[in-house]
Design a protein around this ligand. Structure first.
Ligand code: GLY
Length: 382
């Protein structure tokens, strides 16, 4: 299998090099054969920026190419203005995959202050009454915005856990652990499926209802959200040692495996009534594959660890064999991602699908890099 993974990684790094020649701003999705970039200063569009820097840093460590490192640094620097922005819940995605990854790879202390400042800024979205981080909107926005949580937020917690580990200040990790417990409590269902969104009364912290934004409905399971949950709870387990998160990640993994189509690449919502005549989401498959590997690292049952790893391997091989851009002139790595069917955005390449595909390949091919790229240590944040 190593040969298939290596070919896929070589191709991905080649595409990344090609994109470096043409991209002027952070890529988000491919439309009509060209990357559509993030709108430069429109805050809500800034959640994907780190996936491009993440691709550059992973390409750097896999090749040792100084030119790639210079580019990774330059693109990372372009994100510094976001470190004090309280208006996005995605500072974790953005700064873990830029400044933290860059610091872990190069050891350059100059990359640290921005990551630490971003973690501090991110804590401003914490609501101590409901013990959750606010999803969309301004921190002083209307009640319905201040009362919103989403499953996507789970992927932003590693920035907080990592900053606690780095600085010794457990405040960040405590917020992340509390947010993770709340997410599990209000968004996870007994069958291992996930609701994307939850509404609270932000004044009392009382939970009101499950909702969705990109899924079919409040009681169905949006596939990329399932991936965020799987990866997010697996990480929460590694950073807290709390077995409730291991149990949750296992349940979600079981749901993903039991409900995967034959080629292992899920449709955009597991409960879509139009399956199999509807859209796949290769980005969901990539996130699930990376999440399964994260779970395998922390897994205490060796039989299950082998199973999670082999499921991840099957997903990545299917993505490479059935959904790669090889032979096309699409400037991305994977085809058939779905940003959001309810918003009429589907059947395109997505930078986060590409990033998690490459992360999975790197984790499969280079287990020696695991501790450098994706460390986890149990923090006393109970
Ligand atoms: N975090 C937004 C998404 O997954 O589309």
């Amino acid at each position: 299998m190593d040969n298939i993974w290596q070919s896929a990684l070589d191709y991905s790094i080649e595409m990344t090099r090609l994109n470096l020649e043409t991209l002027e701003y952070f890529p988000e999705r491919v439309e009509n054969g060209v990357w559509v970039s993030v709108e430069e200063k429109r805050i809500p569009s800034h959640w994907v920026d780190g996936f491009w820097t993440g691709l550059l840093w992973l390409s750097t460590i896999c090749t040792g190419d100084v030119g790639l490192e210079t580019s990774a640094r330059a693109w990372t620097e372009k994100l510094a203005w976001l470190q004090t922005t309280t208006d996005t819940h995605d500072l974790g995605f953005i700064f873990y995959l830029s400044n933290v990854l860059g610091y872990r790879i190069t050891g350059d202390e100059a990359l640290l202050p921005t990551a630490l400042a971003a973690a501090e800024t991110f804590t401003k979205r914490y609501n101590p009454r409901g013990e959750y981080m606010q999803a969309w909107g301004h921190v002083d926005g209307p009640s319905h915005e201040r009362g919103r949580i989403n499953i996507d937020l789970m992927m932003n917690m590693p920035l907080l856990f990592w900053v606690s580990a780095k600085t010794g200040d457990l405040k960040y990790g405590r917020i992340a652990a509390r947010h993770a417990r709340t997410s599990r409590h209000v968004l996870m269902r007994p069958d291992g499926s996930i609701a994307q969104v939850g509404d609270f009364d932000p004044h009392t912290g009382i939970f009101l209802r499950q909702e969705t934004h990109q899924g079919l409905s409040h009681d169905t399971c949006w596939s990329r959200g399932l991936g965020w949950a799987l990866y997010g709870f697996a990480e929460a387990y590694r950073w807290t040692g709390d077995e409730i998160f291991l149990h949750s990640a296992r349940q979600i993994a079981q749901y993903a495996c039991a409900n995967a189509p034959e080629d292992k690449v899920p449709f955009w919502d597991y409960n879509s009534l139009d399956i199999p005549y509807t859209y796949r989401d290769t980005s969901a498959a990539s996130v699930i594959a990376a999440g399964l590997l994260e779970l395998a690292i922390g897994e205490t049952d060796q039989g299950l660890a082998v199973r999670w790893r082999s499921e991840a391997e099957e997903i990545v091989v299917s993505l490479w064999q059935n959904y790669s851009t090889r032979g096309t002139d699409i400037p991305a790595i994977l085809l058939e991602g779905t940003r959001s069917v309810p918003h009429n955005m589907m059947d395109h390449s997505l930078i986060y699908g590409d990033y998690y595909f490459v992360e999975t390949l790197v984790r499969l091919l280079r287990p020696d890099l695991e501790g450098t790229l994706f460390p986890g240590q149990v923090l006393q944040v109970g």
